[in-house]
Design a protein around this ligand. Structure first.
Ligand code: HEM
Length: 547
């Protein structure tokens, strides 16, 4: 190529200028300008024609960093904005990872109902969970073993145990209200005065106390002291989005996480050994004893460290999900005193004795309390604690064309190595599915012909066949717009326990106190792995006056 006269003169001048700069300064100049160059290349790359079989990539200025800022701030808004621009299938860049999101009922079905050989949960979660839970369990073992472990846990979560748990939870909550500073005004017995508590602080404490008293067992409950709380907080400090993105960094939170894991794991192993040695039966049934009796299909019993690590996994899986749900539940009840009153009257009708005392609910009775049931369902609809469900692609996988396609006859292929995420939270708040989707309205669950009831039936698969993924018959539920506990083979096994725990905690509180919200409804905090209410989130309470 020959350049015209004025151009070749100009190029010559630039060449002269550049050669007059010392090489060290030239290198420095290039280094300083590297980010700008990277941004320019990234922009140009995005403008180039694309492989039409790949889902559209969300526009971003900074390479590698991608859409991390807008996703991290409010993932639900980010998903909705992207869906408007690109449709229900799109890929975004998150700190060097390619994440393909599939939204809507079909999108959820694609991820939750996918074959585990194509869409793999363990590859997606193990960087976060294995350092916290420990080796050889949940996502640090082949999927077939996880299914067996879920079966073992389900055995510990059987109805017979649940029957005993209601009274234990009631006892813990009553003791908490009598003894903890959060309820100081309640303890003063002054019926007219309002006290106040931080709802997440209270629900976190109550959740760990009730879960340890029931599932975790006596020894664990007796160790919930200030020291244990600190170790638990260190372990919990390793369960954040940053630890998922960067599983091992030379930072204090990582060191504390590893030390805490070892301490807690040893603590469980000691309990197991002592129980094996003493060989004494337990007064109260718990999960450790159930797991000690189980055997893998191969005939092998669970090793002590596997039991310990399953116990840590259950503790972590239930703690934030249940305390977040319980917090939102109390927030909405406090914000709707008429619902609080209806809930209270439901309790009075069924459980208040003529002498003015209360009868403990039977486990079977909980299912027949429609107001209680609908407030929990509605809270889980609006605030599912897990906003994004993740899998990693092991084999290139086509997206069903009805979910999104490049052209009439085309198909998007999600390539191996991509993450694939779905967000039941988006379909649970979709105004095209739910009337007044952003309003907390438990009555929507009372209409047997309504959208909510139909979604509930689809989730429970009450009319269809159930499936066995290896941990007993479950409803598949992948085609419902309501999936707070996930669906398919990775569906939550703690669902029934969480319902029992939330029901008993909230009714024990409601029997004793009226609630009202101290300020506006708290905003959701998406910077944590689980969607929690942001501060201020204080609730006012007043001791009930009995006739
Ligand atoms: C899985 C939600 C309580 C144990 C899940 C999943 C969701 C979920 C959405 C599916 C994750 C995925 O597909 O990737 C909830 C909610 C809870 C709750 C909303 C409370 C309100 C509990 C409790 C336990 C528990 C109390 C234990 C007793 C588990 C386990 C899994 C799981 C072990 C992993 C299952 C697997 O990957 O196959 N939970 N959960 N959860 N949950 Fe829960």
């Amino acid at each position: 190529v020959t350049l015209g006269e004025p151009w070749s003169g100009y190029v010559g001048q630039v060449q002269e200028q550049l050669t007059s700069i010392p090489p060290s300064r030239l290198a420095l100049l290039a280094l300083v300008n590297l980010p700008i160059l990277a941004i320019i290349f990234n922009v140009l790359y995005q403008l180039l024609p694309k492989d039409r079989s790949r889902p559209p990539v969300v526009w971003h200025w900074i390479p590698i960093f991608g859409s991390a800022a807008s996703y991290g701030q409010d993932p639900i808004k980010f998903y909705r904005d992207c869906a408007e621009k690109y449709g229900n299938v799109f890929t975004f860049i998150l700190l060097g990872r390619r994440v393909t999101v599939t939204l809507g009922i079909e999108g959820n079905n694609f991820v939750l109902g996918g074959k585990h050989t194509d869409l793999c949960a363990e590859d997606a979660y193990t960087p976060l969970t294995t350092p916290v839970f420990g080796k050889d369990v949940v996502y640090d073992c082949p999927n077939e073993l996880l299914m067996e472990q879920k079966k073992f846990v389900k055995f510990g979560l059987r109805t017979e145990n649940f029957r005993a748990y209601v009274g234990m939870i009631e006892e813990e909550v009553t003791g908490f209200m009598k003894n903890q500073d959060h309820f100081r005004v309640f303890q003063m017995n002054d019926i007219n005065e309002w006290g106040s508590f931080d709802v997440l602080d209270v629900m976190s404490e109550i959740t760990i106390l009730t879960a340890s008293r029931t599932l975790q067992g006596r020894e664990v409950r007796d160790h919930i002291t200030a020291d244990y709380a600190e170790v638990f907080a260190d372990l919990d400090g390793g369960f954040t989005p940053m630890h998922w993105l960067f599983p091992s960094l030379p930072l204090p939170s990582y060191r504390k996480r590893d030390i805490a894991h070892k301490k807690i794991s040893d603590f469980y192993i000691n309990i197991i050994r002592k129980r094996r040695e003493s060989n004494v039966g337990l007064e109260e049934p718990d999960m450790i004893s159930s797991l000690m009796d189980q055997k893998y299909r191969s005939g092998r019993a669970l090793k002590d460290h596997e039991i310990a690590h399953i116990m840590i996994a259950l503790l972590m899986a239930g703690q934030h999900t249940s305390s977040a749900t319980g917090s939102w539940l109390l927030v909405h009840i406090a914000d709707n005193p008429d619902v609080g009153e209806a809930l209270y009257q439901e309790q009075v009708k069924h459980f208040r004795l003529p002498n003015g005392t209360w009868r403990t609910m039977e486990f079977e009775e909980i299912k027949d309390l429609p107001i209680l049931d609908s407030v929990i369902r509605e809270t889980l609809r609006m605030h599912p604690p897990i906003h994004s469900i993740m899998r990693k692609v092991r084999n290139d996988i086509p997206v069903p064309p009805t979910l999104g396609a490049p052209s009439e006859n085309g198909t998007y292929i999600v390539p191996t190595g991509d993450f694939v995420w779905s967000s039941p939270a988006v379909s649970q708040l979709d105004p095209r599915v739910w009337k007044n989707a952003n309003v907390w309205d438990p009555t929507r669950w009372s209409d047997p012909e309504g959208v909510a009831a139909a979604a509930g039936r689809a989730y429970e698969n009450s009319e269809g066949p159930k499936v066995d993924f290896g941990f007993g018959l479950v409803s598949k539920g992948t085609e419902s717009p309501y999936q707070p506990f996930g669906a398919g083979r990775h569906r939550c096994i703690g669902e029934q326990f969480a319902y029992l725990q939330l029901s008993t905690v909230v009714t024990t509180l409601i029997r004793q106190v009226e609630l009202k919200l101290a300020g506006p409804l708290p905003d959701p905090n998406y910077q944590t792995l689980i969607t929690l209410p942001k501060k201020p989130r204080n609730i006012l309470y007043r001791r009930r006056k009995f006739d």
